[in-house]
Design a protein around this ligand. Sequence first.
Ligand code: NAP
Ligand code: NAG
Ligand code: NAG
Ligand code: NAG
Length: 352
Amino acid sequence: MISLGSLANYIISSALYYCQGSPLLMLLFQVTCVAIEFLYSILSKFNFWTSPKAGIDQYVLDYKKMNNTLAEERFAIVTGANSGIGLETSKALALAGFHVIMACRNKKLAAEAISKLELETGLKTFEFIQLDLASFKSIDVFIDQYKKSYSKLHLLVNNAGLAFCPYSKTKDGIEMQFGTNHLGHFKLTNGLLDLIKASGRARIVVVSSLANYVGTFDKSLILEESRYNRIISYGISKLCNIMFANELARRLNGTGIAVNSLHPGSVNTNATKYLPDSLHGVIDVIKSLLLIGPIAGSLTSVKVALDPKLEGVTGKFFMNQEEATPLGEALDEQKCKDLWEFSEELIKKHST
Ligand SMILES: NC(=O)c1ccc[n+]([C@@H]2O[C@H](COP(=O)([O-])OP(=O)(O)OC[C@H]3O[C@@H](n4cnc5c(N)ncnc54)[C@H](OP(=O)(O)O)[C@@H]3O)[C@@H](O)[C@H]2O)c1
Ligand SMILES: *[C@@H]1O[C@H](CO)[C@@H](O)[C@H](O)[C@H]1NC(C)=O
Ligand SMILES: *[C@@H]1O[C@H](CO)[C@@H](O)[C@H](O)[C@H]1NC(C)=O
Ligand SMILES: *[C@@H]1O[C@H](CO)[C@@H](O)[C@H](O)[C@H]1NC(C)=O
């Protein structure tokens, strides 16, 4: 039976096919996407098929049925694990048997999240290691600390992100949304690759967004403050998430490491906290009426992280728990390679 998710994705990818290339049609496409997204959210709230929690339980169960995965202790890192989608993802991974390292920037928020998760699951397999993705130094310290304690990493979930903030810069002087959402994760992932490679079958999950459709990989939009736009810059960072995942998937092809990216859905979380206060009235209404909850919002991440049926699937983009089509730029190998080189150069240039 065709799922609601694959139907929504099919409509979006068909519309994208006809609209890409024309700025006017792309505007129409973006509006259509939002409409389909909200319709999907509302319909999925009725739980016609299964409740979000039952969906998570099923992924956990399917994963645990694979005997080989239970033999040795398995390690997962989730960035931005203290809140929203990352919190629910961490919970599911622990239930699936992982030791979960919660890579968060705020020690107090992480401690609160861990108490909550321990209470809800009865498990003691959550651990905090501090990570601020907006600081190269913090990323280096995190990697060192992780490597001092562990020699394997079976699952990395690049989930942390901030959206729509006013113009600001990371500790190293790079535009905040690109610097945190893409570049921080780029550096983190590359720094952990040797451990991931040493872990046999492993997965890297990159949480992107529907907003990839408003992005474009344009260096001047990233580098020039005068051209900053909160929404476009978020879109750029989320497009770069997919481009990075796709390029990494090519580089790791044949190694047994799968790299996939995803849009989690439109989820009622704290992701809108950097929007102006004047908008919060409207946003709160939209959030409660139209958006799915954080458990439903973690379904696609959990599926891409755990589902045995996705064994061997790499370099793909998912939405609504099904494969989907990202913006054409994300499928352009040369552009993905350009982003990789640009990222390496930026890190070199801004490292002291
Ligand atoms: N909610 C949606 O509708 C939606 C849609 C598409 C994509 N996404 C993506 O889903 C992911 C999770 O977002 P969410 O909706 O769950 O929002 P959220 O509740 O705001 O969670 C974001 C997490 O990222 C962390 N973070 C932000 N900057 C960081 C930094 N410099 N270093 C380390 N951690 C940092 C936050 O930490 P603090 O708590 O300390 O701020 C928080 O833990 C993001 O990548 C977002 O782009 C969300
Ligand atoms: C797991 O082990 C059981 C019993 O040893 C076996 O019957 C089953 O087929 C195995 N499942 C997988 C996925 O290998
Ligand atoms: C949003 O942040 C508040 C305050 O830090 C926290 O209590 C709440 O749980 C967060 N919401 C989600 C969905 O994570
Ligand atoms: C990996 O290699 C196979 C075989 O050459 C190819 O069919 C597949 O498209 C490659 N995948 C990626 C993500 O590059």
